[in-house]
Design a protein around this ligand. Sequence first.
Ligand code: ADP
Ligand code: MG
Length: 469
Amino acid sequence: MKPLQTRTPTNDRATERRAGGQVPGLRERVVEHVRRNHPDLCRHWFDQIDVVAMDGANLTLLMEEPVRLSYLRRCCVPPFTEAACEATGRLVGVQFVGERTAEVAAPTASNVQRGSTEALFDDRILLSPDYVFETFVVGPNNRLAHAAAQAVAQKPGRAYNPYFVHGGVGLGKTHLLQAICQDMLRRDPSVRITYISCSTFMDVFHEAVRAGRMQEFRHRFRTADMLVIDDIHFLSKHEQTQEEFFHTFNALYQSGKQVVLSSDAAPSEIPDLEERLVSRFNCGLVARIDRPPYETRVAILKAKAALHDLALPDDVPAYVAARVDSNIRELEGALTRLRGLSMATGAPISLDLAKQAVADGRPVDAAGSPVQPSIQQIIEAVTQYYDIKLSDLMSKRRHKSVALPRQVCMWLARKHTRFSLEEIGGYFGGRDHTTVMHAVRTVGERRQKDIALSSDVDRIELAIGRRDA
Ligand code: ADP
Ligand code: MG
């Protein structure tokens, strides 16, 4: 972090208390600073953030759209704080609010059903503001899946029930599922949606069985207006959970509630899935997403660049799309590396830079070596550094001596590989994406304040070749 700039301090409390909109250019300066220093976190809609008040040492910023607000609170408090300090030349705390009059920060997601006060279900809906219909590029590979998803959001329970979307990794299944949720929430903020990954559903089920709280579990899952389960193929081989899910499904279906499912395979191709579930899944609409053709890949690259306010000369998306054709996560990875190279070298994004970021579809750096360490390398470096056993890292143990290294692993995997939160969770004993997100956030925040941790992390990055000595 750069040192704070010193400006002449103002002693006049009255001028400090005025509404932030009147502090000349504060909003612009803060957003510009975040844009420059944290382009990965930045979104084009940051321009719509408003200043509510600059009161003493507190800057209150407004974002009314709840999913965007939740994103800002989850991921953007440290960079905005840094930017506000820089822009004002003093220490400033930043908070994001959802309404102009809000005194204190409201809890994150509103459409939450709570079982009891104990956290059997921690089911705040964590939706990404990036995953909406507006940012979903339609092509021949996903046209049906997209059209049906829109119909489901418009007429839940009446268009296609269940809606089942399947396809390979990184092809947009989660994006579509979340787009349905967000579209419905916009139409009717009171709608009760349960959005959950299949692995979390299984964990919660086992926990409910163990704790003798099945009644609560059933109430929880059978009374939603819509149940959305991501990666339902994880039910494979889990007979007991399949049995329970079958009844959950029937209860919802019979009362006309919408069920939305995603999977890496078509219903009949999911190994060891009960026949009666296969036939239930097939009775609505089953849509497949394929790999995008060249034109769609170009369009996706342009859309992603626009979302991040990244200027791309025309030949760049054409070049990248011609060489990266496996899935969209790979395309995004190429864009991220391109931005990184541009920042590191101070050169604007160009075809030459794109050539460095992408070679034969395989990501390499300027010297031709792979850009990503493997998760395996990260795990090895962390276990070695902290001198702990691999089995401890993978275990459910929560003791500090293993919990922190585990979180550091997740943080490094998130930073240096292109695996999704879900996939990273999979590497660490099937933990779900919210656990990974929590780990990433915790380490990210602690690194800012805890010098020892920050230097531990630096040294591990050195060991995996991600940092120059
Ligand atoms: P999956 O769940 O199928 O593994 P995701 O939904 O997580 O894939 O998509 C991976 C990335 O690709 C996400 O960042 C998503 O926004 C992006 N993506 C996928 N399909 C599209 C599309 N058609 N338009 C824009 N972005 C897309
Ligand atoms: Mg997914």
